[in-house]
Design a protein around this ligand. Structure first.
Ligand code: 5GP
Length: 124
């Protein structure tokens, strides 16, 4: 069965998209720890990042770099990354522009309008 992220990439489940290329897709995390918390996902569905082919692995980290620099440019915030992967068995990297309110693992409740505004601001 396709993962929830494959369904998002296929457009079967809506997402607040930030970026897409032929190998990767990035969108806002629905349970953000900071405003702008983004997930970068390889289009190919594997559970663990280290299961990716070299091509897909390098494409993922190239997107992580590009998107992180863009988020920092737009927000003025240092972007931190984490790789957990215990909830969704489809490899992904979390990017979070840090602000004063950030606490590891504590999530924010954002309205649909807030998600839309952030996605428009961060899209590239
Ligand atoms: P991890 O697997 O790295 O522990 O966490 C998976 C992340 O995916 C969580 O931060 C969770 O909020 C996010 N997530 C799970 N399902 C969805 C979804 O349907 N849409 C979005 N945008 N994020 C999701």
């Amino acid at each position: 069965m396709a993962s929830i992220f494959s369904k998002i990439i296929a457009g079967e489940i809506p997402s607040y998209k930030i970026y897409e290329d032929d190998k990767t897709y990035a969108f806002l995390d629905i349970n953000p720890e900071t405003k702008g918390h983004t997930l970068v996902v390889p289009k190919v569905e594997v559970d663990k990042i280290y299961e990716l082919s070299d091509d897909d692995y390098f494409a993922l980290w190239a997107s992580v770099k590009k998107i992180s620099r863009h988020i920092e440019d737009v927000t003025g915030r240092r972007v931190v990354m984490k790789v957990i992967g215990t909830d969704v068995p489809h490899a992904h990297v979390h990017l979070m522009p840090l602000d004063e309110s950030w606490e590891y693992g504590k999530t924010l409740s954002l309205t649909e309008d807030e998600f839309k505004t952030i996605a428009e601001k961060l899209a590239l």
